[in-house]
Design a protein around this ligand. Structure first.
Ligand code: HEM
Ligand code: HEM
Length: 171
């Protein structure tokens, strides 16, 4: 099915990947400080404790999983299509949702790619750009969450329900 054909619901895979990415981002949040310490120690050839080493490597693995999951979501979205945005909704709200989704995907690709390039080249400047993008990512996620809640409580659209496993087909 092409992206222009509109299924009534997100695919099961797409919903699974959406919430998996949410959980993995929370893990990155928790591990970020450890990774920053692990990175500095690696550049300076210093030893760090076992917790920092384990959480540092797990930051790399989880970050790479986020990249793979975001790529899978996009492939699924373009092969199965996405449910339509609410036709009755204000144009500005539709545009804002589209821009927010675009920025989310852009950051979900850019952050891990910069992290991997920094790691494999040992480039501290690129690591700095990677770390810098964290706050913009949090800001866009915040906007996205407010948007999802506004869809549900203000516009009373089915957008939030159809992203929830179990009730996604009942909308
Ligand atoms: C979407 C995925 C990712 C997110 C959300 C993320 C998030 C973060 C955060 C919050 C920090 C801490 C920034 C700070 O406290 O200064 C950090 C640091 C770092 N991350 Fe990631 N990360 C991701 C993927 C990766 C990947 C795949 C790598 C590959 C090696 C990586 C490498 C690094 C490095 C090297 C640092 C240290 C940067 C510095 O201190 O200058 N990250 N990351
Ligand atoms: C780490 C946090 C999150 C990220 C990175 C994220 C990412 C995304 C992305 C990229 C899309 C666009 C799907 C597409 O058009 O292909 C999306 C859709 C959606 N997200 Fe999130 N999301 C996050 C957290 C949340 C949370 C906490 C909620 C609920 C409050 C939520 C609710 C939704 C809903 C309802 C949609 C579907 C919108 C629609 O049908 O038009 N998201 N998310």
């Amino acid at each position: 099915m092409s992206a222009s054909a509109r299924p009534a619901a997100w695919s099961r895979l797409n919903v699974f990947l959406h919430w998996s990415i949410v959980v993995l981002i929370v893990c990155q949040w928790i591990q970020g400080e450890f990774m920053a310490e692990f990175w500095d120690a690696t550049l300076e050839g210093e030893a760090v404790n076992q917790t920092t080493t384990v959480l540092g490597y797990s930051h790399i693995v989880i970050g790479t999983l986020i990249l793979v999951a975001a790529a899978m979501r996009l492939i699924d979205r373009f092969t199965h299509g996405r449910p339509p945005l609410d036709a009755d909704e204000a144009q500005w709200a539709v545009m804002l949702a589209k821009v927010t989704h675009f920025l989310l995907y852009a950051l979900l690709f850019l952050m891990p790619v910069l992290g991997l390039v920094a790691w494999f080249t040992g480039n501290d400047d690129i690591a700095g750009y990677h770390a810098f993008l964290w706050n913009p990512l949090l800001a866009v996620i915040g906007l996205h969450v407010v948007g999802a809640l506004a869809q549900h409580f203000w516009f009373r659209s089915p957008a939030l329900k159809r992203m929830i496993p179990g009730i996604r087909h009942s909308t």
